[in-house]
Design a protein. Sequence first.
Length: 285
Amino acid sequence: MDRFSKFHPIVSFSFFIGVIVLTLVFSNSVYGALSFLCAFCYFARRKGKSALSFLLKFVIPIVLLAAIFNMLFSHYGNTVIFSVKGINFTLEALTSGLLTGVMMGAVMVWFFAYNEIITADKFMALFGGFAPNLALLFSMILRFIPLMIKTSNEIKDAHIGLGYEIKGLKNALSRFSALLSISLEKSIETADTMKARGFGTKKRSFYSSFVFRKSDVLALALTAFFLIYLFIACSADISQITFNPMIEMKSVNLITVAVFMIFSLFPLITDLTEDVKWLLLKSKI
């Protein structure tokens, strides 16, 4: 069962923002790799087999490109893989780029998991009370990209059905022109609808169906505890890894690594705990 998504939006939002910031802030690439592993495990639970397709099509190419580009343009390190016209390409530069790519991949997967959990109504519940215009604008932006992709696919299907689909720049420009026209028309319709409903004429009322429960208090307290501890550990620079002149892990605090891993696995642990409870209840029937 998907228990984590049932928490109050502030719990989910705090977790995702916290884990993404920690992934970017921690200097030790071990944390980036752990974050990537935990993010993919949770995303795979949410999306199933499509998560593997997403990993192979988008994340892995970015990781490999980051590794290759770093090796091509950074020449530090002592372990030479090969040389071209006196320029050394080193294992240290390749490893550094690879781990940087893994960190970028982790952030990508977390953002996709964020989009799965933090829906438009949850975002409006978080920010609609004190910043309704900003919340509305942001939710419309998040909706814009998938809506345009869907409309583009519909235009493509229509062209194929009418026999107009041909390869090349002319066809691409034709589809883009149609997409632009539809987008402008829908924006006018949206503006007219908002005007008819009195948007901007007076102070807006606010309604949220989400209730802050005891379980949300506990989850938010745990999230705050993990974040405070990990940010203190990060500022103290407990763990370091260097790539010049050689790969060397100077210090790793195993307690901090364990805390970071538990925090990153928090959504998955929450869901699996609910699954275990459900199986126990079924066994008693």
